[in-house]
Design a protein around this ligand. Sequence first.
Ligand SMILES: [Fe+2]
Ligand SMILES: [Fe+2]
Length: 150
Amino acid sequence: MGHKRRKNKGPLKMLSSAHEKQHEFLDRLARSLEKKRDSWEQWGDTIQFFQGPYLRHVADEEKTLFTRIDSPTLIAGLVRDHARQAALWDQAKECFEARDADMIRLLFRSLIQNHTAHNELEDSNFPQLLHGLTAETLDTMRGEMRARRD
Ligand SMILES: [Fe+2]
Ligand SMILES: [Fe+2]
């Protein structure tokens, strides 16, 4: 049943569900930073998520959505964010491997800020941008996004 429901989701819903999933990780990460104790296992899982499944979401945006909308300034900023995020997650991975808790905590704080502001900007713009696309285009987009997960 879950499969069927996912199949019927349109691109906008797929993108916003992905954001919700990201925020589950980011909220847990923020809570772990408030604690004195290091949470290496959770930190490792978070890095793995943002260097793995999250990249499918970035591809959904950069390859499937941004190529079909006309909003060059917004898109340039969002693509810059994606590159910045990737560089920060790379650094976090290095700190994780070196067990550098002070540095990884700093990096996580800027990653939480970056992702939060980024997703707010996307969430407030995507509905309107996708609204201008035809049903046929939306269907093609959904197919591309599904294919990344098969
Ligand atoms: Fe994005
Ligand atoms: Fe996004």
